[in-house]
Write a new protein. Sequence first.
Length: 148
Amino acid sequence: MKKNILIIFVIILVVIVAAVVFFAYNQKPQDLSMVLNGQIISLLNKNPDAKDYMQNHADFKIDKKEVLTTKSILAGQKGPNFREVYQGLELQDNRYILVNLINLTGDKGLIAVVDFKEKNTPKAYGLLLLKASTGQTNGQTPSPTENK
């Protein structure tokens, strides 16, 4: 009698384990274009540089977010700017989001890569943003100052 109960218990346990494994491997990948900003910020907080930026610039906003593809990762690795951001990334579609944060005054930013497979932020770089000046001040010509 005990032998039959043990066999039934083992069979039920094997079925449960098989079901869990089946559902874990057959889950549809998350559509990263539908990821909410709160989810991105949560993962950014796992990176010390990104966390520091967000704490020092509480007025930040997500300026841009781009789902990376194999093609865009390769292009970024060979591109003229910010190649470091793309180095070391796996060539996989729908795994990473490139995020640009900017503070309210627009002079400091952060560029980061969020990995939704590993649920972390492997790359984060602070940016100092410079604005070009046209030399005009509200249509007025600056006057020379006098030393007296």
